[in-house]
Design a protein around this ligand. Structure first.
Ligand SMILES: CC1=C(CCC(=O)O)c2cc3nc(cc4[nH]c(cc5[nH]c(cc1n2)c(C)c5CCC(=O)O)c(CCC(=O)O)c4C)C(CCC(=O)O)=C3C
Ligand SMILES: [Fe+2]
Length: 400
């Protein structure tokens, strides 16, 4: 157990890229899109439309529109603005796995515009099949489908769960939510009666075990759970290390608030084990044990998409209210300047800019990481985050 058991992870030497490709999940933009979108998400698994309609009602509730596309448009614009402010002349293109604009179209358009070397930035911070390898497969498939395999090269920035740009918004959010809780409930002792719930997407336990490199040995639920636990520890320690926060006192006591890693948005057959505990069960149990307030941290997500708006803001909030708990939900990174700047730092780690003042093009830049697990691999190790349905071509990794 521990980072010393991870295999070698040499950083990639900086290389020239001619465009950034923002890669995301995609979501429907109207009621008519909802079922076709869900068929794309579940393609190859023969899930009947009646089953899909059950998930569809979350989208239907919001007019059939997922917030994720507007969030990606905002992120695309923010990334472009950040590049421009640093004097880096690179366009930011955008393509999705499951909905328009599709990756295949983005890759075709990039080629038509003369781009040949793309650097992908994925809206997923952790290691698991859905959040890492599946995107690498999507990128490979886009090149195969467009017939551009030999002509276009695509790399991807490393998983950034412990990059300061991703972690900082959560640190601020947890600190503010705990202070707000204390303000609203002055009679409670945060260290005994409050609890921070770090929530992430549940995944099948077999997929969790195979997350990260096969030999990493990071605990029973693989790299996926280990990365979340490591980030949660950093967030709690940093939230309490803020000193004077304009409240007239130190925040050190915040680090003493108990926390747990919990899961949400489970799907699939009930007979297949997925990571637990579910956030709703955890809330009910905490209430029974005398907890008075919870702070819900969407640690697994980069923006306030459907998983956050429905599963946390509707369902988990209702569970908390029914259990008599005060609950605060922390914001996702979204377009927080630290997050946007951090993503561009991840780009410049990999980017050799012609005539750059800071040194030779081959110079490897600082690769910040806040947990002992990182910095994660620029190029995924063989067998990393294996596809549970068997191997497929994937970019940005060492085969298989
Ligand atoms: C780890 C993880 C992330 C976090 C990392 C990341 O952000 O990538 C994530 C994000 C997302 N998941 C999303 C939506 C869905 N995920 C589904 C299904 C699944 N997710 C899984 C895992 C994850 N998912 C898994 C193991 C499944 C079942 C099997 C499968 O299908 O692979 C289904 C199918 C229906 C259902 O089974 O519930 C839907 C509709 C949206 C879009 C939200 C919006 O529209 O705003 C986003 C950002
Ligand atoms: Fe999902």
């Amino acid at each position: 157990m521990g980072p010393q058991t991870l295999p070698d992870r040499e950083p990639q030497a900086p290389a020239p890229y001619d465009a950034i490709l923002l890669v995301s999940f995609g979501g429907p933009e109207g009621q008519d899109d909802v079922l076709p979108f869900l068929r794309n998400v579940t393609r190859g698994r023969g899930i009947p439309d009646e089953r899909l309609e059950e998930v569809a009602h979350h989208y239907r509730h919001f007019g059939g529109v997922s917030p994720i596309n507007d969030q990606n448009r905002a992120l695309q614009a923010a990334l472009a603005a950040e590049l421009e402010s640093r004097g880096i002349d690179l366009p930011v293109l955008w393509g999705n796995r499951n909905w328009d604009p599709f990756l295949t179209d983005a890759v075709r358009e990039a080629h038509a515009a003369g781009h040949r070397r793309l650097l992908a930035v994925v809206t997923s911070a952790y290691s698991s099949y859905s959040s890492c390898r599946q995107y690498r497969e999507d990128l490979a498939e886009a090149l195969i489908e467009t017939g551009l395999e030999g002509e276009m090269h695509i790399d991807k920035v490393r998983q950034y769960f412990d990059h300061p740009g991703f972690v900082t918004p959560f640190v601020e959010g947890v600190r503010e939510a705990l202070l707000r809780t204390q303000e609203k409930l002055p009679e409670i002792d945060l260290a005994r009666e409050a609890h921070v719930l770090f929530a992430t997407h549940s995944i099948p336990t077999t997929t969790a075990v195979s997350s990260g490199p096969p030999v990493a040995n990071l605990g029973p639920d693989g790299a996926y759970a280990a990365q979340h636990r490591a980030v949660a520890e950093v967030v709690m320690a940093s939230a309490g290390a803020g000193g004077d926060l304009g409240t007239g006192g130190s925040a050190a006591h915040l680090a003493a608030v108990p926390w747990s890693l919990v899961y949400q948005s489970r799907s699939g057959a009930p007979s297949t084990p997925w990571l637990e505990p579910d956030i709703n069960d955890a809330i009910t149990e905490l209430a029974e044990q005398g907890t008075k307030a919870v702070v819900i941290v969407p640690l697994g997500f980069v923006s306030d998409h459907m998983e956050v708006l429905w599963d946390l803001d509707e369902e988990a909030m209702e569970t908390a209210t029914e259990a008599g708990l005060h609950a605060e939900r922390v914001p996702t990174p979204g377009i927080h300047p630290a997050y946007v700047g951090g993503l561009i730092d991840l780009v410049t780690e990999r980017l050799a800019v012609a005539g750059e003042a800071s040194g030779p093009a081959s110079e490897v830049k600082a690769r910040p990481a806040l947990t002992p697990l990182g910095p994660w691999y620029d190029v995924c190790r063989p067998g990393c985050c294996a596809n549970p349905r068997g191997p497929k071509p994937a970019l940005s990794g060492i085969a298989p």
